[in-house]
Design a protein. Structure first.
Lengths: 372, 362
């Protein structure tokens, strides 16, 4: 059996602008040996919750500030030793357009570093890269240019999917994405979107943003605070408009709307489930949200709900989630809980976990360019 | 004449003691923060992080030839030999445009890597690798494929008149040596700034005001003679000579120093300097009476002083301005380092020894 972790990151902090929350702290922790040593020391002094949090931040910084993507990927591989054949969907990130300044190294460096890394050893089949797309990039003067650029990466460099992060300042139904969507729909290419409210969002002037092509009642365009305005970009309702134009587009709404949404059965979570139920190619992954054990029972119910369960994917959001919980711990906690609930339901051990980690990813990742 | 020499000796001695403290603190800070390695990386980022193309500095540091020079996983190398730099740069650039191609084999369900990321050496008619040939052509082709930028121009310049690998390597190594000489100069300037800032911090923390010190030494004969005698005794003991700091040079490997021994010796030196300064009962340190001129006006009580607010404000402003000037002079003096002040002190003592017999004869 082949397991798939459908949501991981291995880009290092040098690809993140310094103005993004946490990056300056991470940089200090990693480049300043005194701070790094102090953090590790306090991390080891496990005393109440605070010190564990310090340890987690130290671990997050330790991984994220690895100078090479290979080092970060090796940490991830180590977590799955003894698991047999495990493959990782590696989602790239381009934060150059988010209005937080330039990262130390540009996106092109990140892509080429990853492509070269993948040609080494067994990485070519273990590491399944999703190309990050931002329609605002200067070179994408037309939607066709954007599509051709993506197409070239699939045909030449073996990319298997597309990653988008609307919270960085664009709507998923941006006109420049139409040509790309038409092509992706034709080739069954999976697209993973970020679908949770978080700390990484557009930092520029929100007033200067164009109003969306398809405004919906959930948008609050008068909002002036960037932190809140990100909801307009991330709003799951946006995907109804995308899917109206491209009904067979294969999409994955990463993070399932967020752990708080899942726990309180919030509107984003309900919308994501509605999208999944109404469209044959809409998926959602449980990455990051799974670090909150309060979501596990609901996830189990969803996995065992006809029409929803076949489209839930296992993902962890490595290494972003490291600041909350250890990769192995959160993975095992979810697996154990699903097994416990499977036993109560009288089904075979690992049937729920295998469904999201081994079976559901197959149709999701299958395209004209890749077949698991 | 003797008064001025004794004042000079006393001042030099105070600067020497606090320079030992400042130099020790700076050296520990540099070592613990791995400043040299970060400065080297930053100076290479300035040239090789090309926004129009890629961050070649990152690719260089990820190259095994340079990556293996670092001591630990999360550090950078402190020194890069020019020959290694040249080999790594040529390899990174010549392979820049040779990204591997991938094709998915639907039958085997696996990816096939169609082209290695490494440039292939040329072969002669018999199939033997012709050492060195082809590299320059690959390098030139990769440079031509780059978008126009300062870096492209620099790399193009390295290729001028170059026909083989050895020439390209020596030209690149020569450029790197020259660039490291400049980096050394920048780092020295940076260290001087750091010494000045640390000196200013020490001057403020211990209230080492050069103007006040000079005045006190000039006015107080007992103090002056006590400090001068202590300075003479101090210099007579050769073991007190501060170790000459290692000359910073990015073109040479730094001497291996164990972190523990370095920290211990610096902490010892700083502690000893502080004790020596304390024993001399120097007119330094914070004293509120000095601020409001208590000694100047002994009949004033604190209560009556507050009533004379304008006078107090003027005294305070005068004190702050004079102290600021004094601290700045101290900071500037401390930035010269302990070695400098030890030599100056020895010279002043020689002058004193030469002048004294003449005065005694008179």
């Amino acid at each position: 059996m082949i397991y798939y972790n459908c949501h991981t990151h291995i880009f290092s902090a040098q690809y993140v602008p310094n103005n993004v929350v946490g990056v300056p702290i991470m940089n200090v922790l990693a480049t300043d040996p005194i701070s790094a040593k102090l953090t590790k020391f306090f991390g080891k002094v496990r005393y109440r919750k605070l010190d564990t949090s310090v340890e987690r931040v130290a671990r997050f910084a330790e991984i994220g500030l690895g100078t090479r993507q290979e080092v970060i990927f090796n940490y991830l591989e180590d977590y799955y030793k003894g698991w047999g054949d495990v493959r990782f969907v590696v989602l790239m990130m381009d934060m150059e357009q988010m209005g937080a300044g330039n990262p130390l190294s540009n996106y092109r460096t990140q892509v080429e570093e990853l492509v070269k890394l993948r040609s080494r050893g067994t990485y070519k089949d273990k590491l399944l890269p999703f190309l990050f797309v931002d329609p605002r990039k200067a070179e994408f003067t037309t939607g066709e240019k954007l599509r051709d650029w993506v197409k070239m990466h699939f045909e030449e460099f073996g990319f298997v999917g597309i990653k988008m992060y609307p919270a960085l300042g664009y709507y998923p139904f941006d006109e420049k994405l139409d040509a790309l969507y038409a092509w992706a729909q034709e080739k069954f290419i999976p697209i993973t979107y970020h679908c949770i409210e978080g700390v990484i969002y557009y930092r520029g002037d929100v007033k200067s943003l164009r109003p969306p092509r398809f405004p919906n009642a959930k948008h609050n365009l008068t909002e002036t605070k960037n932190e809140r305005y990100q909801r307009n970009f991330t709003e799951p309702e946006n995907y109804f408009d995308v899917l109206k134009m491209f009904p067979d587009l294969k999409i994955n709404l990463g993070h399932f709307g967020g752990e708080e949404e899942i726990k309180k059965n919030g509107p984003w979570y309900q919308t994501v489930k509605k999208l999944i139920a109404e469209h044959s190619n809409v998926y959602a992954d449980v990455s990051f949200t799974l670090n909150d054990t309060g979501t596990h029972e609901q996830i189990h119910r969803d996995i065992n709900t006809q029409g929803i369960g076949e489209k839930i994917l296992f993902g962890t959001d490595y290494y972003v989630v490291e600041k909350n919980k250890d990769e192995a711990q959160l993975r095992d906690e979810l697996r154990n809980k699903l097994n416990e609930l499977d036993a109560v339901a009288g089904v075979a051990k690992d049937s729920s976990f295998n469904q999201i980690a081994a079976y559901n990813p197959i149709p999701f990742l299958s395209s004209a360019y890749y077949r698991p | 004449m003797n008064i001025f020499i004794d004042v000079a000796i006393s001042m030099a001695f105070v600067f020497l003691l606090f320079s030992i403290m400042v130099s020790g603190i700076c050296e520990m800070w540099q070592m613990l923060k791995r400043k040299r390695a970060h400065f080297l990386r930053e100076s290479l980022e300035d040239v090789f992080n090309c926004r129009q193309n890629k961050n070649y500095a990152h690719l260089l540091y990820a190259h095994p030839m340079i990556d293996r020079l670092k001591e630990r996983k999360y550090t950078y190398p402190q020194y890069i030999p020019s020959a290694i730099f040249a080999d790594a740069l040529i390899d990174v650039i010549r392979n820049d445009s040779k990204l591997p191609r991938f094709r998915f084999d639907h039958e085997k369900k696996e990816f096939v890597v169609l082209q290695s990321s490494y440039a292939v050496d040329r072969h002669d008619a018999s199939g033997n690798i012709v050492a060195g040939t082809g590299v320059v052509e690959d390098f030139a082709a990769a440079v031509e494929e780059m978008k126009e930028s300062d870096l492209k121009q620099l790399l193009r310049t390295l290729l001028l008149g170059v026909t083989n690998y050895d020439q390209l390597k020596s030209t690149t190594a020569r450029w790197f040596d020259d660039y490291m000489a400049s980096t050394t100069t920048w780092y020295k300037r940076y260290l001087t700034r750091i010494l000045f800032i640390s000196g200013l911090a020490v001057a403020i923390i211990f209230n080492v005001d050069a103007i006040h010190l000079a005045k006190s030494f000039y006015k107080d004969q007992l103090l002056r003679e006590r400090v001068a005698e202590a300075a003479i005794r101090y210099t007579q003991n050769e073991s007190n000579r501060p170790a000459t700091p290692e000359e910073v040079n990015f073109g040479k490997a730094p001497k291996p120093v164990s972190m523990d021994s370095m920290v211990k010796s610096n902490v010892d030196a700083v502690t000893q300097a502080y004790k020596d300064a304390e024993l001399l009962d120097l007119p330094i340190g914070w004293n509120i009476e000095r601020v409001v001129g208590y000694k100047k006006y002994p009949n004033f009580t604190v209560h009556s002083r507050w009533l004379k607010l304008p006078w107090f404000a003027w005294e305070l402003i005068k004190y702050i301005l004079l102290s600021l000037a004094g601290w700045l002079i101290t900071a500037a003096a401390l930035s010269y380092g302990a070695d400098y002040w030890f030599n100056m002190l020895s010279k002043f003592i020689s002058i004193r020894t030469a002048v004294k017999p003449k005065e005694e004869k008179k």
